[in-house]
Design a protein around this ligand. Structure first.
Ligand SMILES: [Cu+2]
Length: 510
């Protein structure tokens, strides 16, 4: 029913993790590249994809069999890809033993297509989301978002990339051959029981911190470099761990894009920080016959986070992430363009805030998520300026559905250049005030809300989330009511922000 079609050809599609492949003597395996999802375009011009969430078994660690969940395979999912202006329709079938949802993280979508807690897909059921891509090229992703169970579903393996293309970006001299010099890379931490199963016990206050790093679903991967420049589209797909990425040999790289698309110009960096849910695109130059390791270094940007807490949240940890091997002649690549994209300011620094948010424990503005409470409404076709401040002694971040925002100030200063592009998730260490500006251009809906939340998934599951409606002139809020017994995986108490824990490990103490 589905035919392969002509976006970027799949040059090096390797199946998802699970196959043994060629294993050199040191136990490292070639980085699996998620296949590009097949799609078909009908007479109506709609590009249709099909996803099936199901159970399987993966070899995340060499020699160990791990029960996992995946889309169209045992773990992770195919890379969906569409261009600005296209209308897409994604049908998701749920072959899991419990309800799930699929959220299009970073996507400008109608609220009822968002795939959050209001779009449950029951076991053996399916759901089709359709919308028109109306934003710039970016590396987005999709993942489950069932209220109270998101961490567990993602941890078990459910995530995939959703890449957006546009003509301006296609015209730039950037590495763009999928799987060859344009590499999707999801970084996740996991912990394993002796029998090889994923260990879901004992979360810290930021969620489950694993001691084993997976890249695209496997531990100890390497990438054979074939070109003198490689673009990495990096997603932090972890529950609660941050990564301060750099190279073991000290080489620098060009940071070219953040969550919502290209930066105005490449930034030379030797470190880039990425918190759960965030993405960055970097371009790394290689020459000669050498090996180098992408590594995660201790987190430097801590705000006022106390040292002891920082250590318990993994901020002092260092991990090898992915080895790069350049054992042959490299195909030369063009120099990077000096400028990448024009970003028109949404609002000038100093604009008065429409709303402010304080992050603490499992609360935003001292409240936990209540599916029966709409926290506020926003008028469609308006610009919103929000301030966000972490007043806690835990790390948090802040994610807004439906929009890409601009960080117009950190305290009273303009943001550093790496935070000056389009963002949908911002790391908020304790202390500074982040001022965000965003436009709610369209997609008003009086019935279905969008979410805003901490993207540390345990925090989100425990209620660090709220919801808002986008209303057209004359519309009155009329939010749908979910039936907590039949629509959700949880009891009513948890759904209402009560104290019973998710299956991932109950209520951490503060
Ligand atoms: Cu948080």
């Amino acid at each position: 029913m589905l035919a392969a079609l002509g976006l970027a050809p799949v040059v090096a599609a390797v199946g998802c993790a699970g196959g043994s492949g060629s294993v050199p003597g040191d136990g490292s395996r070639a980085l699996p590249i998620p296949p590009l999802a097949e799609s078909s375009v009908g007479a109506d011009g709609v590009r249709r994809f099909a996803l099936r969430a199901g159970v399987g078994e993966s070899e995340m660690v060499l020699g160990k069999k791990t029960p996992t969940w995946g889309y169209n395979g045992a773990v992770l999912g195919p890379t969906l890809r569409a261009a600005r202006g296209e209308t897409v329709a994604v049908t998701v079938r749920n072959a899991l033993p419990e309800m799930t949802t699929v959220h299009w993280h970073g996507m400008h979508v109608p609220a009822r297509m968002d795939g959050g807690p209001y779009q449950p897909i029951q076991p053996d059921g399916d759901w089709t989301a359709t919308w028109t891509i109306s934003q710039q090229a970016a590396s987005l992703w999709y993942h489950p978002h069932p209220h109270g169970s998101t961490e567990k579903h993602v941890y078990r393996g459910l995530s995939g990339f959703f890449l957006l293309d546009d003509a301006d970006t296609n015209a730039l001299e950037l590495p763009k051959t999928y799987g060859v010099d344009d590499i999707p890379l999801v970084i996740q931490d996991r912990r394993f029981s002796p029998d090889g199963a994923l260990d879901e016990s004992d979360p810290s206050d930021v969620g489950l911190l694993g001691d084993t790093i997976l890249t695209n679903g496997i531990n100890r991967a390497h990438l054979d470099v074939r070109t003198s420049r490689v673009r990495l589209r990096i997603l932090n797909g972890s529950s609660g761990r941050l990564y301060n990425l750099g190279f073991a040999d000290g080489r620098d790289f060009a940071l070219i894009a953040t969550d919502g698309g290209l930066l105005p110009a490449p930034l030379r960096r030797d470190r880039v920080l990425i918190s759960p849910g965030e993405r960055v695109e970097i371009v790394v130059a290689f020459d000669g016959d050498a090996r180098t390791m992408l590594r995660s270094f201790p987190i430097e940007n801590r705000g006022t986070l106390p040292a002891r807490e920082a250590a318990s949240f993994g901020f002092d940890d260092s991990f090898d992430i992915l080895e790069f091997r350049t054992g042959r002649t490299l195909e030369p690549a063009a120099a990077l363009p000096d400028s990448l994209a024009h970003i028109a300011p949404v609002a000038p620094i100093g604009t008065a805030a429409d709303r402010s948010f304080e992050l603490q424990w499992f609360m935003i503005n001292r409240a936990r998520m209540d599916m029966n409470r709409i926290d506020f409404t926003v008028a469609v076709d308006t610009t919103q300026v929000w301030t966000v401040r972490n007043v806690d002694n835990w790390p948090h971040n802040f994610h807004v559905h439906d929009v890409q925002f601009q960080i117009i100030a950190v305290d009273d200063a303009p943001p550093p250049p790496e935070l000056a592009g389009w963002k949908d998730t911002v790391f908020t260490p304790p202390g500074p005030v982040f001022t965000l500006a965003m436009r709610f251009t369209d997609h008003a809906d009086p019935n279905y809300p969008y979410m805003f939340h901490c993207h540390l998934l345990l925090h989100e599951d425990h209620g660090m989330m709220g919801q808002f409606l986008v209303l057209a002139p004359g519309q009155r809020a009329a939010p749908v009511r979910m039936n907590m017994d039949t629509d959700m995986n949880m009891d009513t108490d948890t759904a209402a922000g009560g104290s019973s824990g998710s299956e991932m490990g109950g209520m951490p103490h503060h």
